[in-house]
Design a protein around this ligand. Structure first.
Ligand code: COA
Length: 246
């Protein structure tokens, strides 16, 4: 297991495990975590042994309770605070990871915590998960992709209610809105994420990567462009193993 200051990184049977590891501060996202995540994501991206990654939070209380307010709101000015946060494009890197990413979330999933989960492809929540985006109430924006990824996941009106009125969601509400794929008892959270991960890892990694790319890149395209992209990605596999027009 590799220890970063704010993360634990582990690899086993083609599955990478990234644990947000500041449990004493509810795993809040600080500049060190930004730098550590940047390194870990880069390592995952370049590691062909990793077929899927699971993101989780250490401790009982939280996946991640948002940005570290002691850093982000105490900087000399909001502009400097924002610059510090944007110094490394962790969120752009998340989008460019070819392997599927699974978020296994529990407890508080606030602000950057939701944004990390939304940067993953599949979200599994424990029954005790609580979701909210408190940023606007603090005079800032969730600028780690949240204003873009949340409406794509749950629709415009629901996303705006969370953003503008700090609407909080239970895990059941998050499931009903499509924010998470599954809700499971807390003691089954990791096990369930691992089951999904093992299934993904058992498939042909090129088919998995191309399917992910087709969906993610396709969402930014018109339908006809998306179909063209799908055709190219399917053809790319054909030389390898025989594509299939399903
Ligand atoms: N930034 C920095 N430290 C934070 C933090 C944050 N966003 N959220 C929690 N912590 C720290 C607390 O200061 C506390 O540290 P301490 O033990 O040294 O005093 C520790 O994490 C535990 O938090 P605590 O508030 O005691 O836990 P709780 O169970 O009573 O309350 C919350 C949990 C999540 C409701 C509460 O911590 C909270 O409202 N946090 C802020 C959430 C937020 O606004 N996030 C920012 C989004 S941009």
């Amino acid at each position: 297991m590799s220890g970063f200051e704010t993360l634990l990184y582990e690899k086993k049977d083609h599955i990478a495990y990234v644990t947000l590891n500041r449990p004493q501060a509810l795993n809040v996202y600080n500049i060190q975590m930004r730098d550590d995540l940047y390194q870990v994501l880069g390592a995952i991206k370049d590691d062909s042994e990793v077929r899927v990654a699971i993101f989780k939070g250490a401790g009982e209380k939280a996946f991640c309770a948002g940005a570290d307010l002691s850093e982000f709101l105490s900087a000399p000015s909001p502009v400097i605070a924002r610059q510090a946060r944007f110094g490394r494009d962790v969120w752009g890197l998340f989008l460019n990871i070819p392997q599927p990413l699974i978020a296994a979330v529990h407890g508080y999933v606030l602000g950057s915590g939701i944004e990390i989960a939304l940067s993953c492809d599949i979200r599994i929540a424990s029954e005790d998960a609580k979701f909210a985006l408190p940023e606007v109430g603090l005079g800032i924006l969730p600028a780690a992709g949240g204003t873009q990824t949340l409406p794509r996941a749950i629709g415009r009106a629901r996303a705006l209610e969370m953003l503008l009125a700090n609407r909080r969601l239970s895990s059941e509400e998050a499931y009903a809105m499509g924010l998470v794929n599954q809700v499971v008892p807390k003691n089954k959270l990791l096990e369930t994420a691992e089951e999904v991960a093992r299934k993904i890892a058992s498939f042909d990694p090129r088919a998995v990567r191309n399917a992910k790319q087709a969906v993610l890149r396709g969402l930014d395209l018109s339908l006809s462009e998306g179909l063209e992209l799908e055709r190219r990605l399917a053809m790319g596999l054909r030389g390898y193993k025989g594509g299939h027009e399903g």
